[in-house]
Design a protein around this ligand. Structure first.
Ligand code: DGY
Length: 320
């Protein structure tokens, strides 16, 4: 009998072919709506492999019913939606999709720096709303990006890719990371700083750290108060790292200049969220890796991981 794979969101037919040739594949048939919890639990009971999204909570309860489960392949680099400890205890392999999304996610992160600093979304809204009445010397003026200082919190692969872009804009690069990133220092001249120093010295602060017990809520009122009033804050890894109430207050009071947000504590973020009412917030719906090419590559990588594990091979990107 063929081994069984369950995919928690509808994926395009053309990428599914390699899996269909080898395994019995079942899939949640909606691209837009996440699989309901009861369906996910039911499907997990018989699955040998799960291909999951960041919107699926893959916890100990699920692993408890998933008696045959050998691999969870997450369609993302982040995997905070998976209880990796529970997976480890049960000998379930967990994989992710790094590398293929690095440059695409760095593009979006840098786009948020530019959009927030130069007020692009509020300026566009004003134009569309007929509020652009004349060119004026200080109309729609923002903050410079070129020649300024960027502070990157979380200097992994995506952080380095953002730093490379920043160098092209003549920026000085500061970073804060658990361990030293010698390559970023040697190749990009990046300077390692303590968090407080980085916040105080940067014109653009970019959050790229993974969400862990250590990073949850690491940016709150105290940290935002250290930033320059002309500085932007970009949130591009996981929303729960930032205290959103504190961020709202800082943006509203002008403690900082602007924010660019791709991620939120709760996703999808409700459209009446206070942050979305602020003109100095540029907000996009968790689209860091969302180019067609990259998403197709991520699907291929996550399917290859399933094939590898089910065929007894070591997957390339194993988390546990
Ligand atoms: C990731 O890969 O973790 C992204 O946040 C999802 O696009």
């Amino acid at each position: 009998m063929k081994l069984s794979v369950y995919i928690t969101r509808k994926l395009p037919d053309e990428v599914l072919q390699p899996l269909l040739e080898k395994f019995t594949v079942r899939m949640w048939e909606s691209e837009e709506v996440a699989v309901p919890r009861d369906v996910l639990l039911q499907e997990s009971e018989r699955a040998d492999a799960l291909l999951t999204m960041i919107s699926d909570s893959i916890d100990a309860e699920l692993m408890g019913v998933a008696k045959n489960l050998k691999v969870i392949s997450n369609l993302a680099v982040g995997f905070n939606n998976i209880d990796t400890e529970a997976a480890k205890q049960r000998g379930i392999v967990v994989t992710n999709t790094p590398d293929v999304l690095t440059e695409t996610t760095a593009d979006l992160t840098f786009a948020l720096v530019m959009a927030a600093a130069r007020r692009m979304t509020s300026a566009e809204r004003a134009l569309r709303d007929g509020e652009w009445t004349s060119w004026s010397p200080l109309g729609f003026t923002g903050q410079d990006v070129w020649g300024t200082t960027i502070g990157i919190i979380g200097m992994g692969r995506i952080g380095e890719a953002v730093a490379r872009r920043a160098k092209g804009f003549g920026m000085e690069v500061l970073y804060c990371n658990r361990s030293r990133n010698a390559e970023a220092e040697e190749m990009l001249g990046a300077l390692r700083k303590e968090l407080d120093e980085l916040l105080a010295e940067s014109d653009h602060v970019v959050m790229l750290a993974p969400y862990t017990d250590e990073t949850a809520g690491m940016i709150g009122a105290r940290e935002l108060a250290l930033m320059k009033p002309t500085a932007t804050f970009i949130s591009a890894s996981r929303g729960g790292i930032v205290d959103e109430d504190a961020l709202y207050d800082a943006l509203k009071k002008g403690t900082i200049w602007a924010a660019g947000l791709d991620v939120y504590a709760t996703e999808p973020v409700p459209s009446n969220h206070p942050l979305l009412s602020l003109p100095n917030v540029t907000a996009v719906p968790h689209i860091g890796s969302a180019s067609v090419r990259t998403r197709m590559e991520m699907m291929r990588v996550s399917m290859q991981a399933i094939t590898d594990v089910l065929e007894g091979k070591n997957p390339k990107h194993r988390v546990v």
